[in-house]
Write a protein that binds this ligand. Sequence first.
Ligand code: JD8
Length: 271
Amino acid sequence: MRIDVVTIFPDYLAALDLSLVGKARRTGLLDLRVHDLRDWTTDRHRTVDDTPFGGGAGMVMRPDVWGRALDDLMGEPPVGGPDEVPAGAHLVVPTPSGEVFTQRHAERLAGADHLVVACGRYEGIDARVVEHYRAAGHPVSELSIGDYVLNGGEVAALVMVEAVGRLLPGVVGNPHSLVEESHGAAGLLEYPVYTKPPAWAGHDVPDVLLSGHHGRVERWRRDQALERTARRRPDMLAALEPAVLDRRDREVLAGLGWTVDADGVRRDDQV
Ligand code: JD8
């Protein structure tokens, strides 16, 4: 996969030289390129912003500068019908007004050949930029990493590139771990984890984990994942397909005040 990130603060993305994503770049599993938007300015002050039409506080990023940069990086719009896999680049624009980015988005973006991530600053990027590339037939995703306000798109780009990059084949050493993790296929939060020493500051590791009895360990972990999800993310539990819950799961959930039937998974006080 190729990912281009465009920003006026390229150093913000230096963290992507580290750890698994950094290794994926060095081993060729990921072709990640970071660009300075000012390289596409034409004036000696390298201007990327101007005052907002309609007035108001702050500055807006110019469409013409973004257009020159994205025209260079996006390549030709995808050809072929709506049901064909779009070949051209997928434009990703972090914005607080976007759809909230989830593991599902990460999985979908990980299926693309080429992503271009446009990091805005100031009050944002002139709205015609997204309009223009969408109209040209490129897939465009406006995504937010959460309901809080940042000063720009760079932090969100770090989040999205790591979440997508680690799903690429060969990046995470043991692909099995991708299955069990929170927000993974199971749709549950992950169970608590422990390592040596077995006793620490008066806290012991749960006996079942020292039992060597794999069946009991797996069951205990599943029960923990169900309890945690019920307590911390009841929305995720309610979104589960009943078919993924076995008889023991349903007993555990019943004990936590949840009903599972053909119609779904519901808290008893909402039956
Ligand atoms: C892109 C400019 C700053 C936002 C005026 C503060 C994502 N979850 C998220 N929160 N904030 C962002 C984000 C913020 C950005 C830009 C993403 C470009 N800003 C603006 C509007 C209010 N300033 C984000 N993803």
